[in-house]
Ligand binder design. Structure first.
Ligand code: CA2
Length: 149
């Protein structure tokens, strides 16, 4: 099973800035925990962080032929990007949206996600654990698909 993990803009700063909002765990720490979980479950991850919308969209499109599912924290693009949503909808791969923070507890502009309607589900508010919960759910969803051998 192959999973594309996407981290959106500014998530490269995790653990280095604003620890009161996003915690002290770095993106490398999260990626290591995701890889450990994937190994336990017999899955392979391709992990990419980008600050550029087009790079994220290209990765989603590529996943159509290389991955069985997508785990994504779209960062600020959650609330702005019709194009990223269209790409996810277009590849029709099971996609789980994750957020470190509980976006519904924050500013009103964070309460709307363009991505949620094209995701299988969303995990938000559990810090770095949101990613592990999201990956666990995604691997279960992919394994349940009739097409999965
Ligand atoms: O809670 C999340 O995971 C978010 O996707 C994070 C985005 C934010 O725009 C979303 O509303 C919710 C922001 C990521 C920026 O990460 C930083 C980390 C450290 C320092 C500054 C930004």
């Amino acid at each position: 099973m192959n999973i594309l993990v996407l981290h959106g803009p500014n998530l490269n700063l995790l653990g280095l800035r604003e620890p009161e909002v996003y915690g002290r765990t770095t993106l490398n720490d999260i990626n290591a925990r995701l890889n450990a979980l994937a190994a336990e479950r017999g899955a392979m991850l391709r992990i990419l962080q980008s600050n550029h919308e087009g790079v994220l969209i290209d990765a989603v499109q590529e996943a159509r032929t290389t991955a069985n599912g997508i785990l994504i924290n779209p960062g600020g693009y959650t609330h702005t990007s019709v194009a990223l949503r269209d790409a996810i909808s277009g590849v029709a791969l099971p996609t789980v949206e994750v957020h470190l923070s509980n976006i519904y507890k924050r500013e009103p502009f964070r309460h709307h996600s363009y991505i949620s309607p094209v995701a299988v589900g969303t995990v938000a508010g559990f810090g770095w654990r949101s990613y592990l919960l999201g990956l666990t759910a995604l691997l279960d969803v992919v394994a349940d698909q009739p097409s999965h051998s």
